[in-house]
Write a new protein. Structure first.
Length: 219
């Protein structure tokens, strides 16, 4: 039901809903802090390794900082833990989409995409990751991803020139070819963007996915 709501609600409603959730979860974290319940970087590292994330892996991470609980140090702690587990040979990938609502509505109102400055609307962890030195972002106006690590260049290359965001030249499809892993931190399966690969790679996909109108970014 929540996924359906996000798919039909106007952008301003989604932002209001997100703001209210953020406030409520901040209050919950404050309550946990008063109770002495704190999640540390070492806690996250241990949990990631116990659940199968290894050094050298390529990992697409979907996250919700507010749902994780009271994380000591916030988004930066989560990112450092992920980088530590993946190691020098691994690659960390996160979605950094600029819109939460209908892509059509977003493109109609935003003819230009600034790959360096347009904020990610995919949560606090993704936005903090986007700003880290060395992190690269694919130059796609609606479905860009950020990456750091060995496979960054391969994953992000050519995403900017694709008519659809999830085809064989997209980071999402390439993640599959690399036998990458998808990590959910405080999120559920309805946040997994890689499901959309099916819509792009299956010829004559049964259900309509895209609007007939084409948009071309100015930046």
């Amino acid at each position: 039901m929540r996924a359906f709501f996000r798919s039909i609600a106007p952008e301003f409603v989604l932002h209001l809903y997100k703001k209210q959730k953020k406030k409520r979860r901040a209050q919950e974290r404050q309550k946990l802090a008063l109770q002495g319940k704190v999640i540390t970087e070492n806690d996250i590292i241990e949990a990631l390794r116990q659940n199968g994330l290894n050094s050298g892996d390529v990992a697409m991470v979907h996250s919700s900082l507010s749902k994780l609980g009271n994380v000591q140090g916030g988004a930066g702690t989560v990112i450092r833990a992920l980088i530590e587990v993946l190691g020098d040979e691994g690659t960390l990938v996160m979605p950094s989409f600029p819109s939460l609502g209908f892509t059509f509505d977003y493109l109609s109102k935003n003819p230009a995409f600034d790959v360096r400055h347009t904020k990610s609307q995919m949560g606090a962890i993704t936005e903090a990751f986007r700003k880290i030195k060395g992190v690269k972002r694919s130059m796609h106006p609606t479905d860009p991803v950020c990456a750091l690590g060995k496979e960054t260049k391969f994953l992000l290359k050519d995403h900017y020139s694709q008519l659809t965001p999830y085809n064989q030249n997209s980071p999402f499809y390439k993640l599959i070819t690399l036998k990458g892993k998808i990590v959910l931190l405080g999120t559920k399966l309805d946040t997994v963007t890689n499901f959309h690969v099916i819509e792009d790679v299956i010829e004559n996909f049964k259900y309509p996915v895209y609007h007939k109108k084409q948009f071309f970014s100015e930046g």
